[in-house]
Design a protein around this ligand. Sequence first.
Ligand code: C2O
Length: 282
Amino acid sequence: MTVHVRRNVWTLPDGDLTLAHYAAAVAEMKSRDPQDPTSWFYQAAMHKTTVTPPKPLWNGCQHGSWFFLPWHRMYLYFFERIVRATVVDLGGPDDWALPFWSYDTGGTQARIPAAFRDPQGGTNPLFAQRGNNVNLGQALPFQITSPASALARPKFVGEAEFGGGITPDGDAIWNRHGQIELTPHGAVHNHLGGLMKNPRTAAQDPVFWLHHANIDRLWSVWASRPGHSDPTADPRWTDQEYRFFDADGTERTLTPAGVEDIENQLGYTYEPHPAITTPTPA
Ligand code: C2O
């Protein structure tokens, strides 16, 4: 199986076309019929939406529980497959992978990446409505974006542990957040404001996906630490099924147990990147 490498958006080599391909694919997905599961609108509505009545697999996002990390990992996985297929259709490379936004590095990398900032007179597919100053590249305050406290949690399961608390079923938004969901995940959503501030609109912002790639990367960093590799054997977690659409529009089912090993089960990995660095003042 080919292993796709998700790279840091801030250190892509000069001349790299990852973001240009992303922008072209986003524009193409935005132009699709919103009834098409591979359209930009449909993909975002699968997270959550204000639109009623809901179509199949809309409003699926899992928050405030131990399903937060695996559900978003699955969501990104299928979204990335849809974007990659679109990139290929547009003549781009078949090794395209979603970059991650390394805001936890602090300093310059805490700023929203330049390609997402400038509306370019309404022609930039990567631009979205955000809060004041964010599009100017104002840095995130490092102290609220640091994942250090989350990464230090020895346990995955539990309120205030890394991954979140147990919920009775896989189908609701609960209030048993893990540390990673609060900081940096929620802090970054709130800092960006605009579409990103509300789960019903957040996934319409193209930077949502780079933010979540970083959260997903931090899960793999956590899992690589001694004693952290096995979230839980509880079948209420391991066997909970979630459904998504693949690039050809067909429905696919995954479980948390099926996404714990990103390289061997899902065919992707993250470029090595330090998870925590010395805080740099903005
Ligand atoms: Cu389901 Cu960052 O959100």
